[in-house]
Design a protein around this ligand. Sequence first.
Ligand SMILES: Cc1cc2nc3c(=O)[nH]c(=O)nc-3n(C[C@H](O)[C@H](O)[C@H](O)COP(=O)(O)OP(=O)(O)OC[C@H]3O[C@@H](n4cnc5c(N)ncnc54)[C@H](O)[C@@H]3O)c2cc1C
Ligand SMILES: NC(=O)C1=CN([C@@H]2O[C@H](COP(=O)(O)OP(=O)(O)OC[C@H]3O[C@@H](n4cnc5c(N)ncnc54)[C@H](OP(=O)(O)O)[C@@H]3O)[C@@H](O)[C@H]2O)C=CC1
Ligand SMILES: O=C(O)C(=O)Cc1c[nH]c2ccccc12
Length: 411
Amino acid sequence: MDTCRELEPSHIFVPGPIIVGAGPSGLAVAACLSNRGVPSVILERTDCLASLWQKRTYDRLKLHLPKHFCELPLMSFPKNFPKYPSKQQFISYVESYAARFNIKPVFNQTVEKAEFDAVSGLWNVKTQDGVYTSTWLVVATGENAEPVVPDIPGLKKFTGSVVHTSAYKSGSVFANRKVLVVGCGNSGMEVSLDLCRYNALPHMVVRNSVHVLPRDFFGLSTFGIAMTLLKWFPLKLVDTILLLLANSTLGVTDHLGLRRPKTGPIELKNVTGKTPVLDVGAISLIRSGHIRVAQAVKEITKNGAKFVNGQEVEFDSIILATGYKSNVPYWLKDNSFFTKEGMPKTPFPNGWKGEEGLYTVGFTRRGLSGTAFDAVKIADDIKDQWMKSNGPLSSRNICSSHIIHLHFNKS
Ligand SMILES: Cc1cc2nc3c(=O)[nH]c(=O)nc-3n(C[C@H](O)[C@H](O)[C@H](O)COP(=O)(O)OP(=O)(O)OC[C@H]3O[C@@H](n4cnc5c(N)ncnc54)[C@H](O)[C@@H]3O)c2cc1C
Ligand SMILES: NC(=O)C1=CN([C@@H]2O[C@H](COP(=O)(O)OP(=O)(O)OC[C@H]3O[C@@H](n4cnc5c(N)ncnc54)[C@H](OP(=O)(O)O)[C@@H]3O)[C@@H](O)[C@H]2O)C=CC1
Ligand SMILES: O=C(O)C(=O)Cc1c[nH]c2ccccc12
């Protein structure tokens, strides 16, 4: 690879930015950079693009926001895709996107450590195979990098199967089984619904309040309605309208065990990151008794669970729909830009740029539309710096290609 200087067998200097993660966020930044004539290298721990979507989501998954809110920069979804593309359609879009911009990440490279060296002014990014060095580091490892597996008392004693939703594919293996689903976010609700479609018997744990909104309201997406209203009205009024709309279609849900938080759904999402559930059928299955709502778990036993209300139920399996977390604190060293939870300290829309050439994409708590926003900002910012040191008049214009393809020489 003539565009990147190999310093020693396991040390590569990358002339453009190093991007960690080949999910939609990393690809969006690489595409926007390429479009502006800046090369980049993506390091990806798995062997595929968009690994969250390819390896860690269930078969029935569809986007729950309309496709135009989930587009990456510079390329629309195909016209023949439905309003809510399926997981397979989304993956094929991401693969076409990478092909369109000739993005070829270096796969099977887990970033174990990234450190800024103040003496050289460069980032050293260590994987199991060696060290990559660059002026710029783009963190694109996602808000959902690792499953959250809570330490529920007694969980280790349980003799049945325990899986996190990131490993759940379909309810086919749970037919006629009693399943405890812990968590009632979008994953918990949709997995419970999927279990019912395969004749399993789910109990879903709801330990707190939760906002459930219909995905659509008279053919319009609730999310789209909210975004339109927000252009004209204050947030609190928009939330009030959304709740009126939700109550008129889903009905009151308190007696089902689903109490609403005091803060409205969009305000709560903005302040805490907690995503409202967009209902695609679980509520009617809760009403009909097919999905049972359970209270918080007190402890798991050998054969089931004890709940805080004293009830005890036997289960064959447990599915942890307990969410995800960032993994940035594990590998980004000495950094004050991120919280200890691995999210940028500065909230949206200003969380994309740190210091010393550090950038973050996809940590906005705004899904793929947040990714698109960050990617454009980052590419514009890096391009300005790139042009100063690598513009047409610069002798350092060493890259012939806009995307760098490289591999360590493993001989
Ligand atoms: C079930 C589910 C459904 C969702 N549906 C929607 C939706 O409909 N609309 C929406 O807008 N958002 C949705 N989201 C939010 C989701 O975060 C985005 O869709 C999108 O995947 C975010 O892209 P990303 O590139 O930031 O993160 P990811 O897709 O998680 O990609 C990050 C990549 O980084 C890699 N990586 C992580 N750590 C390392 C490391 N140390 N070294 C190297 N590589 C690493 C990972 O393997 C992964 O490939 C959904 C999330 C989930 C879990
Ligand atoms: N179709 C789609 O597009 C889908 C999108 N998604 C998205 O993926 C992201 C992750 O969603 P999801 O996986 O649902 O995670 P979330 O973080 O949204 O929800 C986690 C759930 O687990 C509960 N929980 C966590 N720990 C415990 C515990 N110890 N005991 C009991 N309950 C617990 C939480 O309850 P509490 O609130 O009390 O902490 C919450 O109900 C979200 O942004 C979501 O919108 C997910 C699925 C489908
Ligand atoms: O699906 C997700 O995880 C998202 O983050 C998408 C999203 C961004 N903002 C929202 C507000 C309400 C519902 C979903 C989202």
